[in-house]
Design a protein. Structure first.
Length: 131
C-alpha cells in the first residue's frame, strides 16, 4: 500500500459503550488484529487494507459512533482553513506522545472529524501503531 497523501482518511475510532466487547466482536467477525495500550482503555487495530484505527470508550470528545481522522502535513494551517470555511474547533491541537498531533472539529453540516499530523523522523512519518 502506498503512503497516504494529505487529505486522506488515515485512522478511525469506533467509540463504544463497551470497548472490550467491541474488540472481541471485531476480532471474531473480521479477524482484525488489536493491541493493548498500557494504562488506557484504548485498543488500536489493524485491518487487511486500512485504514486502521482504535476502539476507545465514550467520552464528551468521542460520542458513540465513528470518528474519521484526516491526514494533515501542516495541522496549524489546516486548522485555519477549517475555521475559514465555517468549521468549529472542538478540541485544539493536542499532542499524541511519540506519535503526532490531532484536532477535533465540526464541519458546518454537523459531522465530527479530526485532523492528524504525524511526528516525522529522518525516515518519514512515524507509524501510528504496529498491529
Amino acid at each position: 500500500m502506498s503512503h497516504p497523501k494529505p487529505g486522506s482518511l488515515v485512522h478511525l475510532e469506533l467509540a463504544s459503550t463497551n470497548p472490550k466487547a467491541t474488540r472481541t466482536f471485531l476480532e471474531a467477525v473480521f479477524d482484525w488484529r488489536f493491541e493493548t495500550v498500557p494504562g488506557l482503555e484504548y485498543y488500536p487495530f489493524g485491518t487487511p487494507t486500512g485504514p486502521g484505527g482504535a476502539v476507545p470508550p465514550l467520552s464528551e470528545e468521542r460520542p458513540k459512533g465513528v470518528l474519521n481522522y484526516i491526514l494533515s502535513e501542516a495541522i496549524d494551517r489546516d486548522v485555519g482553513r477549517v475555521q475559514a470555511a465555517g468549521g468549529r474547533i472542538l478540541t485544539p491541537k493536542t499532542e499524541i506522545p511519540g506519535v503526532g498531533w490531532w484536532v477535533l472539529f465540526e464541519e458546518p453540516g454537523g459531522c465530527l472529524l479530526a485532523l492528524f499530523q504525524a511526528r516525522t523522523t529522518d525516515r518519514g512519518p512515524v507509524a501510528r501503531y504496529r498491529v
